[in-house]
Ligand binder design. Structure first.
Ligand SMILES: [Zn+2]
Length: 127
């Protein structure tokens, strides 16, 4: 599966919703391709008091729920179609749930794919 298909999977779930007066979801969607060839998607949940989480986090939770943890490719997409690199927390989170995820390919903009480890220089585990 190429990044175009993964991008489309992420975009397909990025459909903003109002959950309540203080919570919204799915302004960003993410899609993960695992080593087994499966795709897991997730959406962000944004709440007051900063209790929400990112789309990458939700996609990783779906992957873990299904019994997988090794990521080959990941992309996050805003509902308008813009590619969004993972935040610092998600970079660290994805790298800790499976150390091999450091080699996962991340689409960070239309023309750029980088390894997750390139987004995490000076890894604290290697010091
Ligand atoms: Zn994040």
């Amino acid at each position: 599966m190429d990044f175009k298909d993964l991008y489309n999977a992420a975009l397909s779930v990025a459909v903003p919703k109002e959950l309540s007066d203080c919570a919204q979801a799915a302004s960003v969607g993410a899609a993960i391709l695992t080593a087994s060839g499966n795709v897991y998607t997730g959406v962000c949940i944004d709440t007051a008091c900063s209790m929400g989480f990112c789309a990458e986090h939700a996609a990783a939770a779906a992957m873990i729920t299904a019994g997988e943890s090794r990521i080959l490719k990941i992309v996050a997409v805003g509902y308008k179609g813009n590619i969004i690199p993972p935040c610092g927390r998600c970079r660290e989170f994805l790298s800790q749930i499976c150390f091999e995820n450091s080699e996962a390919r991340v689409l960070v903009n239309e023309n750029t794919v980088v390894k997750l480890c390139e987004l995490l220089p000076w890894d604290w585990r290697k010091i």
